[in-house]
Design a protein around this ligand. Structure first.
Ligand code: BDR
Ligand code: CA
Length: 311
């Protein structure tokens, strides 16, 4: 099994990514760490503990991370994810505590001690991952890859140019994309194609186990924000689960290796991922950028993973 650490800011789609990862025997989930993003750091940490409690995975160590982005003040997405960060379903209170180690130290220790290179899966702002890479350079050789949700070649969603996770902490993203560690970027290009439609939510609800019921309610809530016709979407984009889906079934995705630079200073473009799709900059490729997904195959994978919880 592939050792992974999920660094997330749950968040509806982060929660679904966690649920998918825990359903698969392909992963050895070494830790879940939390970043500030969709909600305050206290709430995202609490939400990770609540989801793992729901899944009965209180064996996975959970650690809270940085309280704010490297240079900027924290921006949260309560307009998308609600007051708790996971509004909608009724979730259990945490049945266990976070470890006392800081997220960055926990990640560092796991990577150092692992006899197999560890894959990092960040689905929130990249603050913790940047701190890890900046403070533990010696560990980069034992990081297999960073499979992240963030950015977009064509568009933004928090500003016209920037996607939320990168917009919140562009300086952190800059450290990560310049780290030399192989990166898979699941940006808006692909996540806006990984849409979940009303009939897919019905399929999830029909599975009828306690976890699929929660996922259906998470999706119902997540759908509200994305129903606004301004997005031009038919359903809700399942951003963060694309990371786990790519690790499980990369054949569902279309990708291209590109150089990606992060705009940290632009007046209108802070947090933009500048994707050199046509190799015009001459800069060496630093990321595998996902552009498209077999949407039906993606939904089938989601359903298969959730059926696992009926067994
Ligand atoms: C990203 O922002 C958050 O709201 C989601 O959890 C996802 O990680 C999408 O832009
Ligand atoms: Ca997220």
């Amino acid at each position: 099994n592939r050792p992974i650490i999920i660094d997330c800011d749950p968040g509806h789609d982060d929660a679904i990514a966690l649920i998918l990862a825990c359903a698969s025997s392909d992963f050895d989930i070494k830790a879940v760490t939390t970043s500030a993003g969709n909600q305050t750091p206290e709430k995202t940490l609490n939400n990770a503990l609540r989801i793992l409690t729901l899944l009965g995975r209180t064996d996975i160590p959970v650690a809270g991370g940085a309280l704010k982005p490297l240079c900027r003040e924290l921006i949260i997405a309560d307009n998308v994810h609600g007051e708790s960060g996971l509004d909608g379903p009724k979730l259990p209170d945490p049945g266990f505590d976070a470890v006392s180690e800081h997220a960055v130290e926990l990640m560092a220790r796991i990577i150092r001690e692992s006899d197999q290179p560890v894959t990092l899966v960040p689905t929130g702002p990249l603050t913790n991952i940047a701190l890890l890479l900046a403070t533990h350079r010696e560990l980069t050789d034992n990081i297999e890859r960073i499979v992240l949700m963030g950015g977009g070649a064509e568009t933004g969603n928090w500003s016209p140019a920037a996607e939320f996770n990168i917009f919140v902490d562009p300086q952190a993203a800059d450290v990560v994309f310049n780290s030399g560690v192989p990166i898979t970027m699941c940006g808006l290009d692909v996540t806006h194609r990984a849409q979940i439609l009303d009939e897919d939510i019905d399929r999830v609800r029909d599975i009828g186990n306690p976890i699929s019921d929660v996922v259906a309610e998470l999706l119902d809530f997540f759908m509200i924000y994305h129903r606004d016709p301004k997005w031009g979407l038919e359903g809700a984009p399942l951003h963060d689960p694309c990371t786990i889906a790519w690790l499980l079934k990369p054949e569902l995705f279309t990708s291209k290796d590109c150089w990606v630079g992060i705009e940290t200073e632009g007046k209108l473009t802070q947090g933009m991922t500048v994707v050199d799709r046509y190799q015009v900059s001459g800069n060496p490729e630093n990321a595998t950028v996902l552009f498209d997904v077999d949407r039906e195959g993606f939904v089938d994978l989601l359903v298969e993973c959730l059926q696992h919880y009926s067994e």
